[in-house]
Design a protein around this ligand. Structure first.
Ligand code: PXP
Length: 254
């Protein structure tokens, strides 16, 4: 299975919001699996999907089809999920290439913060162990906080995904000082994670304006981007939106 494409910085495209649009009418279009195939043809290195407890976007049937389709193509699926027994069972039975454990609250609009790994070691560590033993690479979605990163290494995770929401929100709100502080925290966290032997990813809220600063952090190996790309696809098409994002990521690494 091709799990390590040659890109300097991999792009995982999150297709959740194609499913959100489909679910608005309850039919089968637009199809997230067709989107996944197009995203991969357009320069994505992998596909990310978040199966939420309330199934507000991706469904169980989507995960079945995504797993089969991507496996047949030798491309990686990154399954985002909450740390619950229900999700653990689904991940163990599908054995996706990667699992990213995220905090989840029913009332939130999107994943608002990072996982409290430091406070949840006793239940997160066994789940990490089971997923790894089953053959999935395990990532923990955390804030740019040294304590959470150290706790992630203690839990046995192979990867941390840094939450870029604070930085991206500050840029969009024109809060330069806050953006600078958030970016410094991301940089320090990426260094800390690498020093602990963790692979470092980042994601949440990234768009064309914010991607270069994030992509320039040298320790990062993967960005996961969804909402902005799906929205931009309305105007320019998915291949063009992904192509431009890829280009900005590559330019940031030159
Ligand atoms: N990474 C993680 C762990 C996420 O939970 C999300 C949002 O589901 C993303 C990346 C993508 O964020 P966005 O859709 O804002 O690009």
């Amino acid at each position: 299975m091709t799990v390590q494409p040659p890109s300097l910085l991999r792009l995982g495209v999150n297709i959740d919001h194609v499913a959100t649009i489909r679910n608005a009418r309850g039919g089968s279009a637009p199809d997230p699996v067709r989107t996944a195939i197009l995203a991969l043809e357009s320069g994505a290195d992998g596909i990310t999907a978040h199966l939420r407890e309330d199934r507000r976007h991706i469904s169980d049937a989507d995960i079945d089809r995504l797993t089969q389709t991507l496996r047949a193509q030798g491309r990686p699926l990154n399954l985002e999920m909450a740390c619950t027994q229900e999700m653990l069972y689904i991940a163990l039975s599908h054995r996706p290439h990667a699992v990213c454990l995220v905090p989840e609250r029913r009332e939130e609009r999107t994943t608002e913060g990072g996982l409290d790994v430091a406070g949840g070691h006793n239940w997160i560590a066994p789940m990490v162990g089971q997923l790894k033993a089953n053959g999935s690479r395990v990532s923990l979605f955390v804030a740019a906080d040294p304590a959470q990163i150290s706790a992630s290494a203690h839990c046995g995770a192979q990867v941390v995904e840094l939450h870029t929401g604070a930085f991206c929100d500050a840029v969009r709100d024109g809060k330069a000082r806050e953006a600078g502080t958030a970016l410094d925290a991301l940089r320090a966290s990426a260094r800390h994670a690498e020093d602990l032997g963790l692979e470092v990813h980042a994601g949440h809220g990234i768009d064309f304006e914010t991607v270069e600063a994030v992509a320039a952090i040298p320790q990062l190996k993967e960005l996961n981007i969804g909402h902005f790309l799906v929205g931009e696809a309305i105007f320019t098409g998915l291949p063009s939106a992904i192509g431009r994002m890829r280009c900005l990521m590559d330019e940031a690494r030159q």
